[in-house]
Design a protein around this ligand. Structure first.
Ligand code: FE2
Length: 224
């Protein structure tokens, strides 16, 4: 990571939902990016105020409500631009003010940040990860402990391809920031996840599909 970039991890909670929202800033500038803003606006605004930051853009990994519910509030407060994959927005009819569609491998020059889009369908039709320097924001595609829920075997097949795509696209030193954690705190190196995460260690695609769908039948939030 460029040493002047800072990733601030904010744990945001409502009822039984716990999400991780990320604020990315750069030393010496007053603009920041936010990934998947959710649930606790006061926590987010107080961090922004404390650090004298304005939100330049919001990056959405997918359209689920637990990843997007503060978009409206932040767009109103900062007139921020909002980015989501075009496939995702069109399929689930997600819309908001200042919305832009992104595509796989697109490079977004946002203020002082260069953001690479990696499209990773599976959890949803148009899920995306965002690579900023050597930080990858993975939403519900990839967690330390597993991968996101897949509704159908077609989705699980896409998830298999997406995880292989990540394996082949990012360096082992990349730091992974997921949308949720299930025991291991966000900010772990990809190398460790490749080793510990069972979904990278099922080599056969049809076994992967069966495994992902069967585990979810037993417990939605279990991975093994
Ligand atoms: Fe989700």
């Amino acid at each position: 990571m460029e040493s002047s970039y800072k990733v601030n991890t904010i744990r945001c909670k409502w009822a039984n939902y716990i999400n991780y929202t990320y604020i990315i800033s750069k030393a010496g500038t007053k603009e920041c990016l936010i990934v998947d803003p959710a649930w606790e606006i006061k926590k987010i605004i107080s961090y922004l105020n404390l650090n004298d930051l304005k939100v330049k853009a919001i990056l959405l990994t997918h359209s689920h409500y637990d990843h997007t519910n503060l978009v409206g509030a932040l767009v109103s407060a900062f007139d921020a631009e909002v980015y989501i994959s075009g496939i995702e927005a069109k399929h689930y009819r997600y819309c908001c003010k200042n919305l832009h569609y992104v595509e796989n491998l697109e490079l977004l020059p946002l203020s002082f940040f260069k953001v690479r889009v990696l499209l990773t369908p599976g959890h949803t039709r148009g899920s995306a990860c965002y690579l900023i320097s050597d930080n990858l924001f993975t939403g519900d595609t990839l967690f330390y402990e597993g991968c996101g829920l897949c509704d159908t075997s077609e989705d699980a097949s896409d998830m298999y391809d997406s995880l292989q795509f990540l394996r082949n696209s990012i360096s082992k030193d990349t730091i992974i920031y997921p949308g949720h954690c299930y025991g291991v705190y966000p900010g772990q190196p990809f190398e460790l996840i490749l080793k510990d995460n069972i979904y990278f260690n099922i080599k056969d695609k049809s076994k992967f599909i069966d495994f992902r769908l069967n585990v979810a039948k037993k417990n939605l939030f279990a991975f093994k």
